[in-house]
Write a protein that binds this ligand. Structure first.
Ligand code: CAA
Ligand code: NAD
Length: 286
């Protein structure tokens, strides 16, 4: 099995920054690409902040943080990913954007590299067909926050080779994650169950079933969920949840995946959750 040495990550938002952090921390030379130099700087700072927090909490030696940061670089140039052994895409959840990036990557990155996507709801088959190397395309679905959540769903399509799949599975393990095999259905294993639950919480709110705080408290204290559904929705991003719901509804045509009107309104009004300072909760003063 060919050894992975250099990792490329596309997007340094919520998920890309976590994936790049974990890859660099696991000893891989890592390069993360954003669309502007301001976003590269912001993303790399976010990674530095997260590693700094781990040092403060006594989870990480300061020397390991420094070595991790030394293995990490940010860029706006896709060409800087040309010699990566694996490229993991974590850009916006939109098929056209993923098509653009994967067809360009296919031209730029060396022929034997693996391509992975962190997509939440698109099928990997669609994404694989944007390249001339569908046998080398897999899903690597990480969970938020990436440095903490242990799971990675590893997804193969009908066209993924055994060697690519095994390399991806071993790579996830080498990041200290617990990989599981998921089939290439929209939402894979976890989001197929989680997304209807989150959307149902919004529907319960719309129908006057309880307040945001009480619904959250109910699931947190009554069921032991670390976060109630509205805290989790704000954490994931309401824009991302809205894109995911639309994609899953298109795929399955089942009401449980349909985005509730309130979700659409909140996204339209710019209330995207924690990342924008306001979602179901107000984070502007925290
Ligand atoms: N980076 C590194 N470490 C972090 C961290 C971060 N960003 N955030 C928290 N931690 C660590 C802390 O050091 C702490 O470690 P110890 O317990 O060993 O001391 C641990 O994680 C817990 O952190 P906190 O005590 O600060 O906070 P918490 O107990 O409230 O836990 C949480 C935070 C882990 C995020 C927890 O609330 C949780 O598990 N929430 C649910 C998250 C979830 O469901 N994620 C999935 C989202 S869906 C998805 O990702 C798929 C999709 O496609 C949309
Ligand atoms: P985000 O909005 O926080 O970050 C996306 C980043 O990608 C932005 O910073 C944007 O500037 C950048 N970007 C856009 N086009 C790009 C390009 N062509 N090249 C490089 N960077 C580009 O979104 P996110 O929450 O990190 O989600 C990213 C992906 O991960 C989505 O596919 C999403 O479904 C998936 N995902 C999200 C979560 C979550 O909890 N938010 C969990 C698992 C998977």
């Amino acid at each position: 099995m060919k050894k992975i040495k250099k990792v490329g990550v596309l997007g340094c938002g919520l998920m890309g920054s976590g994936i790049a952090e974990v890859a660099a921390r696991s000893g891989y030379e890592t390069v993360v690409r954003e669309v502007t130099s301001e976003l590269v700087e912001k993303g790399v700072q976010k990674i530095g902040g997260s590693l700094g927090k781990a040092v403060e909490r006594g989870k990480l030696e300061a020397s390991v943080r420094d070595e991790t940061l030394a293995r990490l670089s940010g860029t706006v140039k896709l060409e800087d990913l040309a010699d990566c052994d694996i490229v993991i895409e974590a850009i916006v959840e939109n098929l056209d954007e993923k098509k653009k990036i994967f067809s360009t990557l296919d031209e730029v990155v060396k022929k034997d590299a693996l391509f992975a996507s962190n997509t939440s709801s698109l099928t990997m088959t669609q994404i694989a067909m944007f390249t001339h190397r569908p046998d080398q395309v897999v899903g690597l679905h990480f969970f938020n926050p990436v440095p903490v959540m242990k799971l990675v769903e590893v997804v193969r399509t009908l066209l993924t080779s055994e060697d690519s799949y095994e390399r991806a599975f071993e790579f996830a393990r080498s990041l200290g994650k617990e990989p599981i095999a998921a089939s290439d259905n929209s939402g894979f294993i976890v989001n197929r169950l989680l997304v209807p639950y989150l959307l149902d919480a919004i529907r319960a709110l719309e129908e006057g079933g309880g307040s945001v705080e009480d619904i959250d408290k109910g699931m947190h204290l009554g069921c032991g969920s670390p976060m109630g559904p509205f805290t989790l929705l704000d954490f994931v991003g309401l824009d991302t949840t809205y894109y995911i719901a639309n994609i899953m509804f298109d795929e399955y045509r089942e009401k449980r995946f349909a985005p509730p009107p309130l979700l659409k309104q909140m996204v339209t009004a710019g209330r995207l959750g924690k990342k924008s300072g306001r979602g179901f909760y107000d984070y502007s003063k925290k």
